[in-house]
Design a protein around this ligand. Structure first.
Ligand code: DAH
Length: 371
């Protein structure tokens, strides 16, 4: 990089002789003070002659280092008659500033020259693409949400959105969870200030009612979104997490339709057919209600993920309760439906083997960079 001559300005001999001369000069501080302008010019010439960073550092040290010319000049002030002190102090500072400026300028020139030299050298390949700016990535929750939206849209579902602050009516009442219903306890609700009429939605199910109110049956919708629960957090609980609600309303809907749709969903998520089973589950807005389990996609004979049962609990679901259809303005004798509540956060954890749900919304870039 540096040519052989580059070290000359900083050769020890030269630096030494200069330090010596400045040491001599500082023995007679007043003489040195008068020679100050010359000293700066001398320093600038030396700096300008430096052809590499090491040489430049040596000259810098010689003038503004701990034992350098400026330091010696300042140290000599106390020995001077009072009327000279101020002037010598100012000159020392001017010298210091002048040297620092010259060093900085030289540094920049050398850096630019080095880049130019590199470009001419053999290591530089002008045909290589320039370094790209670092790109971020989609949050794993966003990735799963988008995949599932695509999957459901391919099956004719509409993707809906709903408010994260809900009324008591949509979050509970219209979903057949009346005041004093014990199911309200398990929802660990955040109530908004005021009369308790507004809540942070505890699930995405309220959008079922909003969908029934605004869309004409037959209908198929999915609703991805954030939900909130007032509970103490641990590896499997967070106060904020993500769900995807599903609702299908049509004539003559049976559990077979529900199971068929869930198997298609599983194929989309795990890329293969998985056996499923239904266990009874209680949710006031479906009847009958189920917990749907799928064969563990990660093992043949039991593992940590399925807790050695070979089944993973995947999602609660059921046939829409007649009271919910009524709340949505439909006649339950004419219309039926199924609904499901997919835990998106849990799904992301399963997919990427994440052991603590709090990582998902923790905002730690080291975690997010992995996806
Ligand atoms: N909303 C329920 C919850 O968060 C989950 C759920 C259960 C949704 C059954 C449904 C369903 O659509 O049919 O606890």
């Amino acid at each position: 990089m540096s040519d052989p001559a580059s070290g000359e300005a900083g050769t020890p001999g030269e630096a030494d002789s200069n330090t010596d001369s400045s040491a001599d000069a500082s023995a007679d501080a007043s003489a040195d003070a008068s020679a100050d302008a010359n000293t700066l010019a001398d320093a600038q010439a030396k700096i300008f002659a430096c052809d590499d960073v090491d040489a430049l550092k040596a000259v810098e040290r010689e003038f503004v280092g701990k034992q350098g010319v400026v330091a010696q000049l300042l140290a000599s002030i106390s020995k001077l008659p009072p009327e000279q002190r101020r002037g010598v102090g100012q000159q020392a500072n001017a010298l210091k500033q002048g040297v620092q400026e010259a060093v900085q300028n030289r540094q920049q020139t050398l850096a630019e020259a080095r880049v130019a030299a590199d470009r001419q050298g053999e290591g530089f390949d002008a045909s290589l693409p320039p370094p790209r700016p670092r790109r971020g990535s989609l949050h794993p929750l966003t990735q799963v949400t988008r995949e599932l939206e695509d999957l459901f849209q391919s099956m004719g579902y509409t993707v809906l959105d709903g408010p994260e602050i809900e009324t008591d009516y949509y979050n509970f009442e219209a979903l057949n969870i009346h005041a004093d219903h014990p199911a309200r306890d398990s929802h660990d609700t955040f109530f908004c200030e005021g009369d308790g009429h507004l809540v942070m939605r505890t699930h995405t199910s309220p959008v079922q009612i909003r969908a029934l109110e605004t869309l004409k049956p037959p209908l198929r919708v999915v609703v991805p979104g954030k939900v909130f629960r007032h509970e103490s957090t641990d590896a499997s609980h967070d106060h904020t997490f993500h769900q995807m609600e599903g609702l299908v309303v049509d004539r003559d809907i049976s559990v077979a339709h529900l199971v068929g749709a869930m198997k298609t969903l599983l194929r989309g998520i795990f890329d293969r057919d998985l056996e499923v089973r239904l266990r009874p589950g209680y949710f006031p807005f479906v009847e009958p209600g189920f917990e749907l389990d799928a064969r563990c996609p990660f093992c043949q004979e039991g593992c940590r993920v399925c807790k050695r049962t070979r089944w993973i609990e995947l999602l609660p679901c059921g046939l829409v309760h007649p009271n919910v259809l009524r709340a949505g303005g439909l006649d339950p004798d004419e219309w039926g439906g199924f609904a499901f509540g997919l835990g998106l956060s849990r799904l992301v954890m399963l997919r990427h083997n994440i052991d603590d749900v709090r990582h998902l919304l923790g905002g730690d870039v080291r975690f997010l960079e992995q996806f």
